[in-house]
Design a protein around this ligand. Structure first.
Ligand code: C5P
Ligand code: C5P
Ligand code: ZN
Length: 482
């Protein structure tokens, strides 16, 4: 979508209003409580607001949470902070909170779909201004605009918002480019000399992995026979005369010469063509976002790797490390994050093996796929598993509904994902999750392409059947209710 100037200026007005309220709270030396979402975008958003407040010498506290629920709201009411900022989550519950108490100032900086514009608290959300929060700006992007309005020196946080948008998979424009308001953030980061954007081979791990490992480990683009097969990649590189090492040191993708990259790219294109997969060829090249001030060979230098690292800290219960990195900590925090990342990768692989080890673990219903992780898959990680699995399912027209039990809570966490094809056909998982969850005494919402829910365990079967039915109805052009 091309963002009209008036939409943008209306959005910026609400940004300005939020920044004024925050500034006043800081001037009055109020303790500010920040609640942010557990994924890469949420951690980046919390880190951006945290850094902006730190620079103002403000008193603040950041909590990262997977969701807001009645329990958390009750806790906030008990603690009674003078001001609460929710980032990358919380619109529904902020409404509830504002109804229950009148003396807590509430600000929500979010990009999730909302039913109507909240009147009882300050809500900065692109959807209010007709801007698509699923691909044109992320939660950390909204936080960035507010930080920049607080003080122009916060422009140096633009790369963190780019990382957040990449973490939310908002690179939906041509050749995996960030567009919409994200493009403005990218420009800020480039102008500050902190980011470069190039078109290049898009394999994951371009900064940190030996070439053959990067090629073998990437699943998007997925190259049958190459993805997952290190030995085949080694043969391919040898046949192209591309050395793996330079002076005994592994070479990463970024170390290849232009000529080597061209040769590799055209060999992969020929290979894909020979398999009848011409569509995948355009996916070999994409926009690469490099954080130029980060050290080479660290997972912070490539924007996509950085986002995976943040995700890992959140999902492995170490979100404080991720927030610290977004606020500028390196050294020890980075060392710790690298270890967390390693554990996270192992855990993800273990779960993916579990899902694929028995055919029945991905169930195919008429309109959806279902994966039920029970107590085996950690509910904090089911979202990542859902994202990975959904891009490799045989039928891209069927959304994936992945679930796992939240231990000792009697609820099931649901993570739903679909594809651009279905979004373009009008499917909106955020709406479906919300409607189905409400009918099953749960809570749901999110974006058109990626959404989630929390459902009482005894209702999960009913919920799944309802989602299957709602997808059918939506595709048949019927109302889904609400
Ligand atoms: O709450 P938030 O908007 O930050 O989360 C969006 C989530 O959806 C992210 O975890 C992101 O990875 C996921 N996503 C996805 N596929 C997409 C878009 C987003 O899995 N196409
Ligand atoms: O948790 P998961 O990654 O599956 O969430 C996908 C998207 O749905 C995220 O943007 C998340 O914030 C959103 N979501 C929501 N309401 C819920 C559960 C998830 O808005 N109850
Ligand atoms: Zn987000």
């Amino acid at each position: 979508m091309v963002i009209g100037t008036s939409y943008f200026s209306d959005f910026l007005n609400s940004v300005l209003e939020a920044s004024k309220v925050i500034y006043e709270a800081v001037s009055e030396d109020l303790l500010i409580h920040i609640y942010s979402h557990l994924d890469a975008d949420g951690i980046a958003a919390g880190g951006i607001i945290g850094k902006a407040l730190q620079r103002l010498d403000a008193r603040f506290r950041i909590r990262i949470t997977q969701w807001v629920d009645d329990k958390l709201i009750d806790e906030i009411i008990r603690e009674k902070p003078p001001i609460v900022i929710f980032t990358d989550l919380g619109t529904d519950y902020a409404s509830l909170l504002s109804k229950k108490v009148s003396d807590i100032k509430i600000i929500v900086l979010d990009h999730h779909q909302i039913g109507c514009t909240p009147q009882s608290f300050l809500c900065v959300n692109p959807h209010i201004y007709g801007i698509d929060g699923a691909k044109d700006i992320s939660g950390s992007g909204v936080a960035y605009f507010v930080a920049k309005a607080l003080d122009i020196s916060n422009v140096d946080l633009a790369p963190i918002a780019v990382v957040g948008a990449l973490g939310d998979l908002q690179d939906k424009y041509d050749q995996r480019m960030l567009g919409g308001l994200n493009q403005k953030i990218v420009e800020d980061a480039i102008n500050a000399g902190l980011l470069t954007v190039e078109k290049d081979l898009i394999f994951f791990g371009r900064e940190t992995r030996p070439i053959h490992k990067a090629l073998a480990a990437t699943t998007s683009p997925f190259i049958p026979g190459i993805s997952g097969a290190e030995d085949k990649v080694l043969d391919l590189l040898a046949s192209l005369g591309i050395p793996l090492k330079h002076d005994d040191k592994w070479r990463a993708l970024r170390d290849l010469t232009e000529d080597e990259k061209k040769r590799l790219c055209s060999a992969l294109a020929d290979y894909l063509l020979s398999k009848g997969l011409h569509c995948e060829i355009s996916n070999l090249i994409g926009h690469v976002y490099t954080l130029t001030r980060e050290e080479p060979w660290t997972p912070l230098r490539d924007g996509r790797e950085f986002s995976v690292l943040l995700n890992a800290t959140g999902r492995m219960n170490k979100s404080g490390v991720g927030v610290a990195i977004c606020m500028g900590d390196r050294g020890k925090a980075l060392e710790e994050a690298s270890k967390i990342l390693e554990d996270y990768r192992k855990t993800i692989n273990k779960y993916l093996d579990w899902v694929t080890e028995k055919p029945g673990r991905i169930q195919e219903l008429e309109y959806i796929y279902v994966v039920y992780g029970g107590t085996y898959i950690d509910d904090k990680i089911i979202g990542a598993i859902s994202s990975i699995l959904s891009s490799n399912l045989p039928n891209p027209e069927k959304p994936l509904i992945a679930c796992s039990d939240v231990k000792n809570e009697g609820i099931v966490k649901v993570s739903a994902r679909t594809t651009d094809i279905m979004v373009n056909r009008g499917l909106n998982l955020g709406d479906i999750m919300q409607v189905a969850a409400e009918k099953c005494k749960g809570k749901g919402g999110g974006h058109n392409i990626a959404a989630g829910a929390q459902i009482p365990k005894e209702k999960i079967e009913e919920f799944i059947n309802l989602v299957n039915e709602l997808v059918r109805r939506k595709l048949a052009g019927e109302e889904i209710g609400g």
